[in-house]
Design a protein around this ligand. Structure first.
Ligand code: B1M
Length: 212
């Protein structure tokens, strides 16, 4: 079995230390950090998602897998973030209120930092007003929101509503993403951009800030 499949397998078993070691080995074997992320760690997490949906595994198994994902991502982080890049500007990110899923949002943050953006990460379970207040008080022109639950996607609309009601559309742009989120939903709620994955989100934010 190749090393990326091994990473995926051990992540599914929730073996954080093993995932950490294998990620290090894959880097030593000159696998690219993006390849390890997409075809090892995220691939394993997708299997976990399917098994959880089919009731083949339970919440503690998902938590263990999430811990293993974090262990692997920690190894990749220094390779995805390079020091000394001049700042491209600031971005506020967070997972919306009621939603505790933060792995995808954290990836967006890591890749944004890697591209030279300063990131204000509000964490998870973030109230709509908090996104806007933070953007305004820090003079930030882009808010990035993540939602993983169909029940929390609606919070994104609360943010775009505040921006529209307060006439802030020219000042603050919004990008949204997360597994249940679609381009059609982004259009429906008046978000400026939809990011399919973390890498694409960074490209969108570069163009939203006139840097493409
Ligand atoms: Co939960 N969970 N979970 N979970 N969980 C899902 C999302 C689910 C689809 C599983 C399933 O049933 N198949 C399901 C949601 C169903 C739905 O709403 N349609 C679900 C459920 C039901 C729940 C609970 C309700 C379970 C319960 O308690 N009964 C509960 C809710 C808790 C809450 O939030 N209030 C819950 C809890 C958890 C854990 C805490 C155990 C854990 C989260 C740990 C953590 O995040 N620290 C967890 C996990 C790990 C998952 C799955 C298995 C994996 C999510 C993940 O991290 N994927 C997930 C199944 C799945 O998604 N297939 C599932 C890897 C990550 C890299 O992908 O976040 O999608 P993702 O990010 C992607 C893109 O979406 C995009 O970029 C990334 C790739 O580069 N992206 C953006 C993300 N944010 C972006 C922002 C952008 C742009 C792109 O711009 C700003």
């Amino acid at each position: 079995m190749d090393i990326l499949s091994q990473i995926s397998e051990h992540l599914q078993k929730g073996e954080d230390q093993k995932v950490s070691e294998l990620t290090k080995s894959a880097l030593n074997q000159k696998k690219s950090p993006r390849e390890i992320l997409n075809h090892g760690l995220i691939a394993g997490m997708n299997v976990i998602g399917d098994q959880f949906k089919a009731h083949e595994i339970f919440l503690p198994d998902v938590l263990m897998a999430a811990k293993a994902m974090a262990a692997g991502t920690a190894q990749l982080k220094p390779f995805l973030i390079k020091d000394g890049i001049p700042s491209r500007g600031k971005v506020v990110i967070g997972t919306v209120q009621g939603d505790l899923h933060d792995i995808g949002k954290n990836l967006v943050g890591i890749l944004l930092k890697g591209a030279g953006f300063e990131v204000i990460d509000l964490g998870n379970d973030v109230a709509p007003e908090k996104f806007v207040e933070t953007a305004l008080s820090n003079n930030v022109s882009v808010i990035g929101m993540s939602a993983l639950l169909t029940t929390t996607m609606g919070v994104m609309k609360k943010v775009t509503d505040i921006i529209q009601q307060d006439n802030l559309s020219a000042k603050i742009k919004v990008i949204i993403g997360g597994a249940p989120v679609t381009k059609a939903f982004a259009d429906e709620i008046g978000a400026d951009e939809y990011g399919y994955d973390a890498g694409q989100a960074v490209e969108c934010i570069k163009s939203m800030t006139g840097q493409n």
